[in-house]
Design a protein around this ligand. Structure first.
Ligand code: UGA
Length: 451
């Protein structure tokens, strides 16, 4: 159990056992609260009740099993059980994008309606899912509309900033906790719940808290697209974006993080949240052109990966392209919005053969690509006789490579490094043709088809 124990134990329910819901429920249980985690997907709940975790997130399995054994955490598919149990109810259901980019809030509305019909004592209903500004007000209106018993309630916004792959650490050691409330009672309860984390707590009104989440993700995405735009200039003049990023990032006002150039951002959050924020702004009469450009630059980076292969191989029909990494980032099996999807589709359209290896995401990739690819058992099998290796995800196991072995086994010693993980000097010494992103290209004279 966490060393930071709650001074007052709350009965808490978390609705939605996705990435955010499951991590939130487990971490709150680890702080000592009695937590019910509810999802209407019975198959998922069955798995969780057996101690199995439907997603890959380092440390989560252990956290769930310890807290289940200690009686602090249990799973159910009954909304009634969840509403009766929780004095505080976190809504962590999905808010998927509609065709237009606008967030689909029907799951949130549905949960609000069900809570209203089932609640029989005071409830604090907390938005945890990423939602557009003014959703809190709509949740409140919905509850007022459907409430059956005359009991008081509060609505609050408490956006989550955890990242997949380091979710437990991020939950337990946040840079800040944002609490958007409009009552003293709600403020007190949430401050008591998060107090043990010893993080700065920002208390705001509900709308500001909602905006903080979309503004944060958009700003981080903007940093990535900014450095990717700078990387294009670096390429034109033969400068190294890694050095440029270091040089600007050491300025404390800018900061080093989220300045890694490459094939761009993916995932279930940045692309979706950018679209949603652009849409929210549009609805409010503001054309957020800056964010549209952030999105455009990101799309371009993915196309650039294939262009870099073509620049060297010219024709890629019937060439074997090995890909290392498919997950949208390391330490996750998540491929939602992953750049690899567009890259593979483009390679297949051009008639290339693709051989793929990822340490965790293979099963998810098979669901999308089926028989269209070769799925390698390990990284070295993937590159056997390949004309090019593309690094898509910077898993640690791709960083320490036997380049001599790679050179022997590939048809051509040619690497497109979508995450700039390799040293230019090393690749030069080993005789590779190397295309990073925003770095000087190595066109090695020692390259050539293996004998
Ligand atoms: C992101 C935010 O970082 C979290 O704070 C937020 O809670 C979460 O979205 C959410 O809204 O739920 P996540 O999507 O898990 O977290 O992943 P990140 O670590 O932020 O990475 C997002 C993408 O940006 C990845 O594809 C990564 O490869 C890419 N990236 C990141 C870069 O291309 N360059 C960088 O410098 C950093």
């Amino acid at each position: 159990m966490s060393k930071n124990i709650a001074r007052k134990v709350y009965n808490i329910s978390v609705i939605g056992a996705g990435h955010v819901g499951l991590v939130t429920a487990s971490c709150l249980a680890d702080l000592g609260h009695k937590v019910c985690c509810m999802d209407n997907d019975s198959a998922k709940i069955d798995l969780l009740q057996k101690g199995e975790i439907p997603i890959y997130e380092p440390g989560l399995k252990e956290l769930v099993s310890t807290n289940t054994l200690q009686g602090n955490l249990f799973f159910t598919n009954s909304m009634e059980e969840a509403v009766v149990h929780g004095e505080v109810i976190f809504i962590a259901v999905g808010t998927p994008p509609k065709e237009s980019g606008e967030a689909d809030l029907s799951y949130v509305e549905n949960v609000a309606r069900e809570i209203a019909q089932l609640m029989d004592s005071y409830k604090l209903i907390v938005e945890k899912s990423t939602v557009p500004v003014e959703t809190g007000e709509k949740v409140k209106n919905t509850i007022n509309l459907y409430i059956e018993k005359d009991v008081p309630f509060d609505v609050a916004s408490n956006p989550e900033f955890l990242r997949e792959g380091s979710a437990i650490h991020d939950f337990m050691h946040p840079d800040r906790v944002v609490i958007g409330v409009d009552s003293e009672r709600a403020e007190r309860v949430l401050t008591e719940i998060y107090g043990p984390l010893n993080a700065p707590i920002i208390i705001t009104d509900i709308k500001s808290a909602e905006l903080i989440k979309h503004a944060s993700n958009s700003f981080l995405a903007m940093k990535i697209s900014f450095i990717n735009a700078v990387s294009r200039i670096c390429e034109k003049v033969g400068a190294d974006v890694e050095k440029v990023a270091q040089g600007i990032g050491l300025d404390k006002r800018i900061g080093q993080e989220f300045l890694k150039a490459g094939i761009g951002f993916g995932g279930s959050c940045f692309p979706k949240d950018l679209d949603a924020f652009i849409h929210i702004a549009e609805n409010l009469g503001y054309d957020f052109k800056l964010l549209k450009e952030v999105k455009r630059i990101n799309e371009e980076q993915k196309r650039l990966a294939v262009q870099k292969i073509k620049d060297v191989l010219w024709i890629i029909k019937d060439k074997k392209i090995a890909i290392w990494g498919g997950a949208f980032k390391p330490e996750t099996d998540d491929i939602r919005g992953a750049p690899v999807i567009d890259i593979i589709n483009e390679l297949l359209n051009e008639g290339a053969t693709v051989s793929l290896y990822d340490p965790q995401a293979m099963e998810n990739l098979k669901i999308i690509f089926g028989e269209k690819l070769h799925y390698a058992d390990d990284k070295y099998q993937a590159i056997e006789d390949a004309d090019c290796l593309v690094i898509v995800t910077e898993w640690d196991e791709f960083r320490n490579i036997d380049f001599d072995f790679l050179r022997q086994r590939m048809k051509l010693p040619f690497i497109v490094d979508g995450r700039n993980i390799f040293s230019l000097q090393k690749l030069q010494d080993k005789g590779f043709i190397y295309c990073g992103f925003g770095r000087p290209q190595i066109t090695n004279s020692k390259s050539g088809v293996k004998k």
